[in-house]
Design a protein around this ligand. Structure first.
Ligand code: AMP
Length: 562
């Protein structure tokens, strides 16, 4: 199998020979120039080459395959006589399918009549997708098991039509247990098609996929560091006691040292709710994201976060500890056997965790200003994936990690793996703990309300509400997509009593050095300071007019009679 080394070139979008409508959609997304992976992959893909691309998280991988797929479909359709499914995009989870679908729709927004894309990964019955699949959308996106199920149900036929196959986040595909489904699916594809494998790592699984799928591929191993350069991504840590992490996050947010869209990573589900309830005590709204929530809620939360509805998401990254395995409620036919086997086990826990949920991998949270590791991630890989949620594309961002004494070895490991010579990559955050001592009693006060029972109740309440939202309202929201925007996920849970006096930070608590950054509290106007309203002004004018007019102001006084 020949592997080409690729020379460095600099090509702009408009020099790639792309259709005007595609260029228009790219401009609409505000992308001025291609990212490195796009610059390299798009021309090769347009040339008809098979590609194996390794690029770090946030590098613009999705558009690197989506742009050539759309372009090639536009060209094919200029001469094609019949409508058929020409491209298949496989992803390892519903969230990633949802995201790839959204990107393809954005990129084909100016040619949506010619290029139609359908996501078949949703949690609906196969028959619900059948009518749309019968119309043969140009691009089908989904997980291998859902696509295979549709092929087996004869809702989808690719044998005579498929021109392009994309496997996104290929390294996760095998570890999520899709190997058998993928192998069966390949039997339903034509002999010749162009294939793209996109992956963050090139491990053994990806290399075996490469043998299975690619023919004479060009291998793009981009000479990039694992995280963005230090001029775009600033990494800090604060060493502190475990209990002080709560005090720290509260003060950093209230003192506006953390501003903008922030993802807070914790290592457990319980901590996720504890932190939400704790922040609620200070009227700091946040929504939680974890593997117990239904997938439609998770997708909705990510979409709304991207649209700017929320500033703080608390994400439980429990999967950083587990090896993901096949255990997803969305898997279909071929998984039913395994499902039955594990049914007994599942009965034990009321709400099942979705192992496909990998919040730190793949999911594109947009415009994230800060990543805050409330708990330090257990592996260097987990650190990279979490921190990679910020400074994506060409943006800048900050990563801050709280490190308790037992987590110091993990920090040292990450520093060693990421260090650039003698320069420390994860710098200590210049912050004097004694300056925020005054906040301690407030944090303790708030913490007293966040009891175990409150956390348990909050967890149940949230899951129940989300399940209700996602199941009962799904059909309604399908017909009324605008109303879905009104459904918020950061509402206060309130199993703990909220103390309204904690909402504001009294001025005397603010460290002198930070006073200038605090917003000025509006002074209440005294009644006498207030400007008269328009109605009052008119009344005063009328009185004055009357006083100035002698005919009106003349008053006749009756002479007194003796
Ligand atoms: P991805 O690696 O595909 O998940 O993309 C990471 C982020 O980069 C997404 O938020 C994209 O919107 C953004 N992005 C992709 N391509 C570009 C580009 N050429 N210019 C600016 N941002 C981009």
């Amino acid at each position: 199998m020949a592997e080409e080394e690729v020379e460095e070139t600099h090509v702009r979008f408009h020099e790639m020979g792309l259709d005007d409508r595609l260029l228009k959609a790219i401009a609409k997304l505000g992308w001025a120039k291609p990212t490195l992976i796009q610059e390299r992959a798009i021309p090769l893909a347009l040339d008809g080459k098979d590609l194996l691309a390794r690029a770090r998280t946030g590098s613009g991988k999705t558009a690197a395959f989506a742009i050539p797929v759309i372009q090639r479909i536009i060209i094919s359709k200029q001469t094609a006589r019949e409508q058929c499914v020409r491209a298949l995009v496989l992803t390892p989870s519903r969230e990633l399918s949802n995201q790839a679908h959204k990107y393809i729709q954005d990129l084909s927004s100016s040619c949506s009549r010619d290029v139609r894309c359908m996501d078949v990964s949703g949690q609906v019955e196969l028959s619900a997708h059948r009518p749309l699949l019968m119309e043969k959308p140009d691009i089908v996106v989904g997980t291998p098991s859902k696509v295979l199920a549709h092929i087996q149900a004869k809702n989808l036929a690719l044998q005579n039509s498929l021109e392009m196959l994309v496997i996104d986040e290929a390294d996760l595909l095998f570890s999520f247990g899709y190997e058998d489904d993928l192998r069966s699916l390949l039997n339903h594809l034509p002999k010749i098609y162009q294939a793209f494998l996109m992956s963050a790592t090139l491990g053994d699984d990806v290399l075996s996929l490469k043998k299975l799928i690619l023919h004479n591929p060009v291998i793009l191993k981009l000479e990039e560091s694992q995280l963005p350069e230090s001029n775009r991504l600033t990494q800090y840590h604060i060493k502190c006691k475990e209990d002080d992490k709560f005090l720290l996050i509260y003060t950093l947010i209230k003192l506006r040292l953390i501003r903008g869209k922030t993802i807070v990573f914790v290592n457990s589900l319980d901590k996720c709710y504890r932190l939400k309830l704790f922040l609620e005590q200070f009227s700091i709204p946040a929504c939680v994201l974890n593997s117990e929530l239904p997938v439609s809620s998770r997708c909705h939360i990510v979409n709304q976060f991207n649209e700017g509805f929320y500033n703080i998401v608390i994400a439980a990254d429990e999967n950083a500890f587990d090896v993901p395995a096949m255990d997803s409620d969305e898997k279909t036919d071929s998984d039913q056997r395994d499902k039955r086997k594990t049914k007994k086990k599942e009965k034990k826990s009321k709400y099942k965790k979705d192992k496909e949920y990998g919040v730190s991998r793949g999911i594109d949270f947009q415009n994230v200003a800060n990543v805050l590791n409330f708990d330090f991630p257990p592996t260097v890989d987990a650190y990279i994936h979490r921190v990679g949620r910020t400074a994506r594309g060409f943006k800048t961002g900050t990563a801050l990690s709280f490190v308790n004494y037992s987590e110091i070895p993990l920090l040292q490991e990450a520093e060693k793996a990421l260090s650039d010579g003698d320069v420390p990559t994860v710098k200590p955050y210049q912050f004097k703990m004694d300056e925020i001592e005054g906040f301690r009693y407030r944090a303790k006060d708030a913490m007293r309300a966040v009891t175990r029972v409150a956390v348990k109740e909050a967890r149940l309440q949230e899951i129940k509400a989300e399940i209700l939202n996602s199941q009962k309202l799904r059909t309604y929201f399908e017909d009324n997509p605008r109303d879905l925007q009104l459904l918020r996920h950061d509402k206060a849970l309130h199993p703990a009593k909220v103390q309204s006096h904690l909402r504001h930070v009294p001025e005397y608590l603010v460290p002198r050095t930070l006073k200038q950054f605090m917003p000025k509290r509006k002074k209440r106007k005294r009644y006498s300071d207030q400007k008269p309203s328009q109605g009052k002004k008119d009344a005063l004018k009328a009185v004055k007019r009357r006083q100035d007019d002698p005919l009106k102001s003349f008053q006749f006084k009756k002479p007194k009679t003796s």
